[in-house]
Design a protein. Structure first.
Length: 190
């Protein structure tokens, strides 16, 4: 068990939104990730710890999207993403949650996430979401660079293949965080 202080710890869930959780992901399904993330969020709320829900969204014309030359650009469907692409998965959000919309992989750059956390006295974050090696890892790297202690809840993350997920969990996250399961996270004062 990993004991965390609810006064200084926040749960941050990355891109658990309709257009992403519906995709084929591994090693955990999108539905399983959302279910376990919702259960952990309920425990955080009960302990008085902040829950931050991050989604990714773009203008209809993608004018706010990153535009640099890359070998494998993200495919934008003709006509853009469906209208509900950026809406959080059903039942995930509660009125007390902090909402952050990002326009790139990491949740810190170009958002007020750091201000939201620091003003609440947060120095530890628990991360989950989809995709492990994209939005979750980018956010973890940015948090680590800002001196946050990070906990990855492995079973509330998934990627577009088990190999992508496993590489991040086995090779990257142990160097910048602690890795555990959602059920093994305890919040003091519960």
């Amino acid at each position: 068990m990993l004991q965390l202080d609810p006064q200084t710890t926040a749960l941050i869930l990355i891109d658990l939104q309709n257009g992403i959780v519906a995709r084929n992901v591994a090693p955990h399904t999108g539905a399983d990730v959302v279910k376990r993330a919702s259960e952990l969020a309920t425990r955080f709320r009960s302990a008085g710890a902040p829950v931050v829900l991050v989604n990714v969204a773009f203008a209809k014309d993608f004018a706010d999207a990153v535009r640099v030359p890359v070998d494998s650009p993200i495919a934008i469907p003709p006509g853009g993403f469906p209208d509900d692409f950026s809406e959080l998965a059903d039942g995930l959000a509660m009125p007390s949650d902090i909402r952050v919309t990002k326009h790139n992989w990491g949740a810190f750059y170009g958002t007020d996430l750091d201000v939201q956390l620091r003003r609440r006295g947060i120095n530890t974050i628990v991360l989950g979401g989809i995709a492990t090696n994209i939005g979750v890892e980018s956010t973890a790297r940015q948090a680590w660079e800002r001196n946050y202690a990070i906990v990855l809840a492995e079973d509330i993350t998934a990627s577009f293949s088990a190999e992508m997920h496993n590489f991040a969990v086995e090779m990257i996250f142990p160097r910048i965080s602690r890795v555990t399961e959602a059920a093994d996270i305890e919040l003091g004062g519960q």
